[in-house]
Design a protein around this ligand. Structure first.
Ligand code: BTN
Length: 327
């Protein structure tokens, strides 16, 4: 029917299988496509089918492999690609983490992606974009864990109730299973380019540990994946699309006020640092205290142990660790 050789069909089927399409082969009969809904297929079509946005992820460029999706975005920005352009990859050979670290990016069922923003915003409000993004990934995590039945922004129900998702300020998405310590599922890196003191391009890059099962020794203690937490393969296309669906809504609320007032309550609902002791790793004046929430700039509010007044910690300046471990 197709007018091609059996070998040509076999080659294409092999490629589709590698992309994650569940295809059954029966000798002397042929191939059959099983349920795509339950499979983990990360490609342009599967993501686009679940995307309900006006601009986020439009256009959407998918790559099996790249250096760093953040770098790709800056190259595309220079070529004139629009606000909302999204690059998604299954593997990165030069993934970048915060504070000049490497983001280990194996082809192991994960998602690496970056969006291009060309916002009309003053540079000093841009650190908040990272926090807006963290909220969006958190909300998508609840969607994927099947929390919708219990209403928006609620934790998973049923079998998945063993998992508790949260945001570790400012932008790590974490999960705890059966009350055991929180581990990191996602990292976010925002980078900005300026021209004549104006923002020419911003990229927010997200690395999601989705179906990865083994971690490099240096991160094994604090890292986990959605599939390890939920005990099932997670559909990467759905998690990806839900993230951008939430981001577009959250970005609209943020842009209206250029502060965190429209998102504050939703973010604090997921903030696991709240009420916990924290170390503020300020290189000049490190201190310990108790996190009490975030302010309208997305800064962490910490009540110092020495009895001095509440301090607002800005994400660009310092990092925060739990007193008894990572969170
Ligand atoms: C962190 O250190 O927590 C942030 C990690 C951010 C990793 C993502 S993966 C997609 C994008 N491309 C990169 O090179 N880095 C970000």
């Amino acid at each position: 029917m197709l007018g091609v050789s059996r070998t040509a069909v076999w080659k294409n089927i092999k490629k589709l299988k590698e992309e994650g399409y569940p295809i059954e082969a029966v000798t002397n009969k042929g191939y059959r496509l099983l349920s795509v809904e339950e499979a983990d297929i990360l490609d342009r079509e599967q993501i686009a089918a679940k995307l309900t946005t006006q601009w986020a992820g439009r256009p959407l460029l998918y790559k099996d492999e790249t250096g760093s999706t953040n770098d790709d975005i800056f190259a595309l920005a220079a070529e004139g690609y629009p606000h909302g352009t999204l690059v998604i990859a299954s593997r990165q050979s030069a993934g970048k983490g915060r504070r000049g670290r490497t983001w280990i990016s194996p082809k192991d069922g994960n998602v690496y992606m970056s969006i291009l923003l060309k916002p009309d915003l003053p540079p000093d409000v841009t650190p908040m974009l990272t926090v807006v993004m963290a909220l969006s990934v958190y909300q998508a995590s609840l969607d994927i864990a099947g929390a919708q039945a219990a209403g928006p922004d609620s934790q998973p129900v049923g079998a998945d109730a063993r998992c508790h998702f949260g945001i570790k300020w400012p932008n790590d998405i974490v999960v705890s299973v059966d009350g055991v310590s929180y581990r990191k599922l996602c990292g976010i890196l925002t980078e900005m380019r300026m021209e004549d003191r104006e923002i020419s391009a911003i990229t927010i890059g997200i690395g999601l540990n989705v179906n990865q099962t083994d971690f490099a020794p240096e991160i094994a203690e604090n890292a986990t994946s959605y599939s390890l937490a939920l005990g099932k393969t997670v559909n990467r296309a759905a998690l990806t699309a839900y993230t951008w669906n939430h981001f577009e809504e959250n970005y609209a609320l943020f842009s209206q006020t250029q502060d965190f007032s429209g998102l504050h309550d939703a973010y604090e609902a997921g903030l696991i640092n709240k009420g916990r002791p924290v170390h503020v790793l300020d290189p000049r004046t490190p201190f310990t205290g108790r996190a009490i929430g975030v302010n309208m700039l997305g800064e962490l509010l910490v009540l110092p142990d020495d009895g001095t007044e509440v301090r607002a910690i800005s994400s660009g300046e310092v990092s925060v660790r739990g007193v008894n471990g990572y969170v």
